[in-house]
Design a protein around this ligand. Structure first.
Ligand SMILES: *Cc1c(COP(=O)(O)O)cnc(C)c1O
Length: 391
């Protein structure tokens, strides 16, 4: 029998309309960076999110970097960041020569713990090292406890950058994810809920700040015919062709969110009763976009580690992944300060050691999903669990 086709974790899902916008860009020769698709994509995304302005850039990472520059983060400054996230959330802190301090997750949302943030803030302020910014990540499409986190940041007058790279389309108490802080960041990388193959967006209600972001992102050219520069700029703008792809993708964003939520629902129905498997919770009064369906494994009950299950699925040509390795455990950030949820409990560490992300694409067919479900059920019942520990 032929090997079953590969099932990817989160592949791109084109609508078919993208080509129209690309053709238009070619026909009018708007190939160079910027152009009508960029302007329109910014306007359409700002409208969708319910925010005053949006600046289209080359990646989500670039958007975070620009936000830090706008907040004047410099060498020696301190920036707080969620510990449980993809490395791109924190790399721009290093680009600015600043010092990251990592804040643990709490168990209800898997996102930044208000308790840990509160302790970190008091400690930093007392040491005379008040952070210049706090980067709050909305992991796997779920908002953090923004009210609690914002209350702490506002109390100490520290601006918030919401890393909503994974949570485009999600909502927090009726507001779109990514619009609750001073700046919000979206990503259109190939694995995200919509994609431009690569790209990002910086959003804010501060239009002046976003004008400055556009200036910095186009090499910081002073207004003069001769190329004059007073600041070091970046080359971070989105191309007009990719913005066309983004416009077509944005039109189907709500459909993509619903499809991912359906994928989650089917997993939960099929696997939710297996003892030892727990799905990522959803905060009340929020809308989780279920970018990735994630769950935790109780190894004591199930007799399996996440890696056992991931390897078993890989043998069946199914791509599942562990939960992000927390940044305070990364060699890159060795020695960085870290504030756990409680003095005895590191939630991000627990999630890393017990978590699995299942294939969750909006174009995952029911047949493909049935293969994943069958894989998880059969490994849960297999003999593997009695032998895996012996290696
Ligand atoms: C994908 C991602 C980013 C980076 O976005 P890029 O567009 O790939 O640069 C940042 N933060 C998180 C949480 C992400 O998942």
């Amino acid at each position: 029998m032929a090997e079953p086709s590969k099932i990817f974790l989160s592949p791109p899902h084109m609508s078919g309309e993208e080509q129209k916008y690309i053709n238009e860009a070619f026909e009018t020769n708007w190939i160079a960076p910027l152009g009508p698709n960029v302007d329109a994509f910014e306007k359409e995304l700002a409208e969708y999110a319910g925010v005053r302005d949006a600046a289209a850039v080359s990646s989500g990472t670039a958007a975070i970097h620009l936000a830090l520059r706008l907040l004047d983060v410099k060498q020696g400054d301190v920036v707080f960041c969620s510990a449980l996230t993809f490395v791109a959330s924190a790399n721009p802190i290093l680009y600015q020569g600043a010092e990251p301090v990592f804040i643990d997750s709490e168990p209800d949302s898997w996102n930044m713990s208000p308790d840990a943030l509160g302790r970190a803030m008091i400690r930093a302020v007392n040491a005379g090292k008040r952070p210049k910014a706090v980067i709050i990540v909305n992991l796997y499409g779920q908002s953090a406890k923004m009210n609690e986190l914002l209350a702490i940041c506002n109390q100490y007058n520290v601006p918030v950058i919401e890393d909503a790279a994974e949570s485009l389309g999600a909502e927090y108490q009726g507001k779109k994810s990514g619009t609750l802080g001073k700046f919000g960041v979206f990503s259109f990388n190939g694995n995200k809920i919509i994609t431009t193959s690569g790209g990002g967006m910086l959003v804010s209600n501060d239009e002046e700040a976003l004008q400055k972001a556009r200036f910095l992102a186009t090499q910081a050219r002073d207004p003069a015919a001769h190329y004059q520069h007073s600041l070091a700029g970046n080359n971070y703008r989105m191309s007009n062709i990719l913005a066309g792809v983004g416009r077509a993708q944005l039109k189907v964003l709500d459909e993509r969110v619903r499809a991912r939520q359906e994928v989650f629902k089917r997993y939960k129905e099929a696997l939710g009763n297996i003892e030892g498997i727990t799905f990522m919770p959803e905060l009340p009064n929020t809308m989780h976009n279920r970018w990735l369906t994630t769950l935790t494994i109780n190894t004591k009950i199930l007799g399996l580690t996440p890696i056992d299950i991931i390897n078993f699925l890989a043998d069946k040509n199914i791509e599942a992944r562990p939960v992000w390795k927390p940044l305070h455990l990364q060699p890159l950030f060795k020695g960085a300060e870290y504030f756990p949820h409680t003095s005895t409990r590191s939630v991000s560490g627990e999630l890393f050691h017990s978590g699995i992300c299942l294939p969750s694409g909006s174009n995952l067919s029911e047949e493909q999903q049935a293969r994943v479900i069958e894989g998880v059920i059969s490994v849960s019942q297999s003999q593997l669990k009695f032998t895996s520990r012996k290696g």
